[in-house]
Design a protein around this ligand. Structure first.
Ligand code: 3PG
Length: 402
């Protein structure tokens, strides 16, 4: 992949794909300002300082869903973040968009409207096929180059992500390279890497665990588990969790326990499960796994498990955290997640947080900041796909190695 270091930007028209897809409140018509704006803000600022004419492409939500909206507020937020006016153009690839691009001055940026307004944007076809999509056909002739800074949408083979690479010199943006380099560093085969997984998205976690057990066994030494995924492993190991907890696991994904059992059959000691748990019985109550079953809902790892996990992460060279270890939003049940994150903060390890919820939880609902970790990923689905060893079309399209 070629980076922005290798290119002259002065007076060049650059199409920059960013991802500022954000939570949207349709009742208040309000877009939430997230870290994604700040992240891409850095890349935009650099391009402007280097005197490029910057044409920003982005999406918000999906057609048919209530988070699907125009990008006017995104332009306002980006202007605040970058500290310069970023014009919003309420058109994507029509005459208005083209007129504005042709009139753009060096050192200025504009944001076109939601690329998903175009029906052929989300067709899952190759970069070459997307070269004849609306957006690429109309905008590429006006530009000198394409930069993809949107790692977090690069698991989508969409026109604005892959199409320009077939017809324009293409580069990886700063956020894109940071994301790739950090994830690769955290999974380097010659080091002791620990993956901390939690949350309730069993399907995602299962794909990642399958990859680090089967396909890339040297990437991760231990997989430390919390949340519903840990409960599924405990059940698969034969612990009776109680009817209520078993039902919660089964509701979270089809055949969750049977699938956890299949994973455990391949496990060579990598998967670490809790030795004690915290249940909601009036307030937080701890019990060891030997004291199971319980009629009360399991909402966190217990204190002994917190200490055990602290030991694993402190001994590691690198730690990747994906998902909270308990039901952190309930009073008293953030303890396990906070304890482990605090150990990571204090340990001398390369640390990485990923997955939309994990980032938001740690940085906005708990007392952690970006500086407490070596890298905080801005990606959700793309981060999981990358960890699970999938080829990301947006990255493959930038790859110039063959
Ligand atoms: C994200 O928010 O994870 C990305 O912008 C991708 O969004 P999508 O899942 O709607 O493609």
């Amino acid at each position: 992949m070629q980076s922005l270091d290798e290119v002259v930007l002065d007076k060049k028209t650059v199409i920059l794909r960013i991802d500022v897809n954000a939570p949207y409140d349709p009742e208040k018509n309000r877009i939430q300002r997230t870290d994604r704006f700040d992240g891409h803000g850095r890349t935009i600022r650099e391009l402007l300082q280097r005197n490029a004419k910057v044409v920003l492409l982005a999406h918000q939500g999906r057609q048919g869903r209530d988070d699907f909206t125009r990008l006017e507020q995104h332009a306002q937020i980006l202007s605040e973040v970058v500290g310069r006016d970023i014009d919003f153009v309420s058109d994507v690839a029509g005459d208005e968009a083209k007129r504005k691009i042709l009139g753009l001055q060096p050192g200025k940026a504009l944001l076109l409207d939601n690329v998903r307004l175009l029906d052929d944007e989300t067709e899952l076809v190759t970069p070459e096929e997307h070269a004849s999509s609306n957006i690429v056909k109309e905008l590429a002739p006006l530009a000198d180059m394409f930069v993809n800074d949107a790692f977090s949408v690069s698991h989508r083979s969409h026109a604005s992500v892959v199409g320009f690479t077939a017809v324009l010199p293409s580069y990886a943006g700063r956020i894109m390279l940071d994301e790739i380099n950090s994830t690769q560093k955290a999974m380097r085969a010659d080091r002791k890497n620990v993956l901390v997984v939690g949350g309730n998205k069993i399907d995602d976690v299962e794909a990642v665990i399958a990859y680090v057990l089967d396909t890339n066994p040297t990437a991760i030494e231990y997989v430390v588990t919390g949340g519903i995924i840990a409960n599924a492993f405990l059940a698969a190991k034969g612990h009776e969790l109680g009817e209520r907890n078993r039902a919660t696991i089964e509701e979270s994904a089809d055949n969750a326990i049977a699938r956890a059992e299949t994973i455990l059959n391949k496990d060579t000691g990598k998967i670490i499960v809790p030795v004690d748990l915290a249940v909601k019985q009036y307030d937080r109550q701890e019990l060891t796994v030997d004291a199971l079953p319980t009629e009360h809902p399991i909402w966190d790892i217990g204190d002994k498990t917190g200490q055990l996990y602290c030991h694993y992460v402190s001994q590691a060279d690198a730690v990747i955290v994906k998902g909270p270890l308990g039901r952190y939003e309930a009073e008293g049940f953030a303890k396990g997640t906070e304890h482990v994150l605090d150990c990571i903060r204090q340990a001398d390890v390369f640390s990485m947080l990923g997955g939309g919820n994990t980032r938001y939880t740690a940085l906005h609902e708990m007392d952690f900041s970006q500086d407490d970790f070596s890298h905080v990923s801005l990606a959700g689905g793309a981060f999981i796909a990358f960890l699970a060893g999938e080829e990301l079309p947006g990255l493959a399209a930038l790859d110039t190695t063959d």
